[in-house]
Design a protein around this ligand. Structure first.
Ligand SMILES: Cc1cc2nc3c(=O)[nH]c(=O)nc-3n(C[C@H](O)[C@H](O)[C@H](O)COP(=O)(O)OP(=O)(O)OC[C@H]3O[C@@H](n4cnc5c(N)ncnc54)[C@H](O)[C@@H]3O)c2cc1C
Length: 396
């Protein structure tokens, strides 16, 4: 059984490590960047309790390693930038355990170390296609250290190459993309807040929102959003420090101590911020009539509102790996059947997660009233959806 994984990111590393334990499987994970290059991952992540729960089922040792390099995420608070608290939720009320707060580069380091024997770095894929002898299988060509390498007869190709997955574009065409009309910026800074910022919090001024939390060793991750016309690029003048200052400063009251520190820090670091437009793309778990599995962002780039991107990459990988291991153990080595079962297991769950993430963005859209919009987040229906999000991970 020949299994190739493209991308040693979140989903790719979890899969490489778990599938390499299957008897008789040859598992290879090809990663584009060089070893120890985590430079594209310069921010912080809050990883949901659902990922922790799922990973614990299939790989408790890996879950423990991540825990050792994280702070626990126990609480979610939403306030206005003048300090008025709108929502304050201990995650224990809606989840079976806490989540993680971690630097993205640290998460990559831990995952890549754990998958190390199976990952090859510096691989630039030059060709992907169907195998000439068996069109359900695939072939792959890549360059590594100036040498060309080629593999055919691949029984299972797993595309874990992220939001702009080249594997998915080649094998299944361009995914449909929907922009939500929200600009997002992110920055990771040293913690000079003097204890003002710790667990996961959000602050609104109208629909403009700041989000921040502390991550190890002593950093604060800050993300900000504001509405823009849905199809427009982010206007350059909106990225200027004085414009950002005005966007988050409450009009009729002084900012809270937290908001003041955040606004000042964002303005001081305006040149370092990473900008993006909030968007999602069509859900797809497998190629037609060919044994290619899409996982993580390659399967479902989603809006980041509920912090479910890396979280679902882990949940995807945990479910897919567990299902493959079970079939393999039971002597079911029909890869097409594995993929059909993974799709059946994950599709409705992912539709729910994507829709919930979209709905939760309501308070960030043009004209939104965060006070009214957050009020309903205190009510039963929203909390029940959170319980389903954080608890129903598909694994025992
Ligand atoms: C700034 C920012 C903040 C975020 N915050 C959060 C958060 O708080 N919580 C959360 O859950 N999610 C968050 N996300 C989303 C999260 O990071 C992604 O959803 C997650 O990393 C997806 O995991 P993945 O395994 O699908 O892909 P990735 O982790 O993106 O991994 C893809 C891997 O494939 C490699 N690759 C790409 N193309 C090729 C190729 N052609 N050949 C070989 N290798 C290739 C890449 O180098 C990379 O290593 C955030 C994203 C961003 C950008």
């Amino acid at each position: 059984m020949r299994i190739v994984i493209v991308g040693a990111g979140v989903a790719g590393c979890v899969m490489a490590r778990r599938l390499s334990r299957l008897g008789g499987a040859e598992v290879m994970c090809l990663e584009r960047v060089a070893r120890d290059d985590h430079s594209e991952a310069g921010t912080g992540l809050n990883v949901g309790p659902n990922a922790v729960k799922a990973l614990r089922v299939i790989d408790p040792e890996l879950a423990d390693s991540i825990t050792q390099n994280s702070f626990v995420w126990r609480n979610w608070r939403i306030s206005l930038t003048d300090g008025t608290v709108l929502f304050d939720l201990p995650l224990s009320e809606v989840a079976d355990g806490p989540g993680w707060r971690i630097r993205w580069s640290e998460l990559y380091r831990v995952l890549r170390e754990a998958a190390a024997p199976h990952v090859q770095y510096g691989c630039e894929i030059t060709d992907i296609g169907r195998d000439a002898a068996d069109p359900c299988k695939t072939r792959l060509t890549w360059t590594q250290d100036g040498r060309i390498a080629h593999l055919d007869g691949i029984d299972l190709l797993i595309a874990a190459d992220g939001r702009y997955s080249r594997t998915r574009r080649i094998m299944s065409g361009e995914p449909g993309i929907r922009l939500t009309g929200v600009a997002v910026f992110r920055v990771l800074v040293g913690d000079t807040s003097g204890g003002l910022i710790d667990d996961y919090e959000q602050w609104f001024n109208g629909p403009n929102r700041l989000l921040a939390f502390r991550v190890p060793p002593s950093h604060v991750y800050i993300a900000g959003t504001f509405p823009i016309p849905p199809e427009a690029d982010i206007p350059e003048d909106l990225k200027a420090p004085q414009v950002l200052h005005a966007a988050y400063t409450p009009p009729n009251a002084p900012p809270s101590a937290q908001a003041r520190w955040l606004i000042d820090t964002v303005c001081q670091n305006a040149a370092e911020t990473h900008w993006a437009r909030m968007q999602e793309h069509d859900l797809l778990y497998r190629a037609d009539d060919c044994n290619v599995l899409y996982l993580g962002d390659a399967a479902h780039g989603m809006v980041p509102t509920l912090g479910q991107g890396a979280t679902q990459a882990i949940e995807d990988a945990a479910n897919a790996a567990a299902l493959i291991a079970r079939h393999h153990r039971d002597g079911v080595d029909d890869v097409g059947r594995w993929l059909a079962d993974i799709e059946a297991l994950r599709k409705d769950r992912m539709r729910f997660v994507m829709e919930f993430s979209r709905d939760a963005t309501d308070t960030m859209l043009a004209g939104a009233d965060p006070v009214e919009g957050t009020r309903h987040k205190n009510e039963g229906p929203f909390r029940n959806r959170l319980k389903a999000l954080y608890r129903d991970v598909g694994l025992p």
